[in-house]
Design a protein around this ligand. Structure first.
Ligand code: FES
Length: 261
């Protein structure tokens, strides 16, 4: 009888606890989804077997009167069942929470980052590389990272003005080589594409709700409903005169609500 109890209840309960611990440990250590999923699934099956076997043991076919002497072992069995149930519940929680958290995290990462990276070459809307000396003073160009022409979140505006017209933040002094600055093309209010450049003031106007951004001063929002500055792209000029990104935008593009506390 005792051997039967061990085989039907104790072994599955121990397996449940071990598999549950593996699932939780894998989650904490950042293991791949299939590993966590397999461990959680195994814990679920073992937990189910434990509970079924335990219920069978605790529900005798005949009416049963529990004596004081029986209380100890019966309580231990109940505790065992409760433990197995808790392990199963934890495994279910892990199985549900892990893929969900991964998806939320992946989606957030995708919203925070674009196709720009350190070393990405700047191209125009036709995919042609942009040379610094081919951009005229006062010109505004729509540009993309090479191999991502048309990307909505990576689209950017490039402007060239006299170097002495810029008054960037201290840490951005070298982000505008040869008087060329690049900003996200998406308005920080509701992500309308920007394109109305007023050269005299060096400002960019949003056609949707008339937000105004100062391209000569780190993309600062001057007026209108937008509160955030336009994210700026740090750039450099390579030895052949082409424009190269030095990283991604300085901040999340568009409405950027995912980047707010
Ligand atoms: S989307 Fe630009 S001001 Fe509203």
């Amino acid at each position: 009888m005792k051997a039967l109890l061990v085989a039907r209840v104790v072994v599955p309960a121990v397996l449940t606890a071990v598999a549950g611990a593996v699932a939780v440990g894998s989650l904490v250590l950042g293991a791949e989804a299939p590993v966590v999923g397999l461990a959680a699934a195994f814990a679920l099956v073992a937990g189910g077997v434990t509970v079924a076997a335990g219920v069978h043991r605790l529900a005798p076919a005949e009416p049963d009167v529990e004596t004081r002497e029986q209380k100890g072992p019966r309580l231990r069995r109940r505790q065992l069942l409760l433990g197995a149930g808790a392990g199963t519940a934890a495994a279910v929680a892990v199985a549900v929470a892990f893929p969900a958290s991964r998806r939320v995290s992946d989606a957030t990462d995708r919203l925070r980052t674009t196709h720009w990276f350190d070393g990405a070459r700047v191209v125009d809307a036709d995919g042609e590389l942009v040379r610094a000396d081919e951009v005229a003073d006062g010109e505004l160009l729509t540009v993309y990272p090479e191999h991502a022409v048309g990307s909505v979140d990576s689209q950017a505006v490039l402007v060239r003005e006299g170097e002495d017209r810029f008054s960037p933040d201290a840490e951005r002094m070298d982000w505008t080589p040869a008087g060329i600055a690049v900003y996200s093309k998406l308005c920080t209010h509701m992500a309308c594409p920007l394109g109305l450049y007023q050269q005299q003031s060096g400002t960019l106007l949003c056609p949707c709700h008339q937000a105004v951004f100062d391209l000569l001063d780190s993309g600062r929002a001057l007026q209108g409903p937008a509160r955030r500055a336009l994210p700026q792209l740090p750039i450099r000029i390579d030895d052949d005169g082409y424009l190269i990104a030095r990283g991604d935008f300085s901040d999340a593009v568009g409405t950027g609500f995912w980047g707010r506390p």
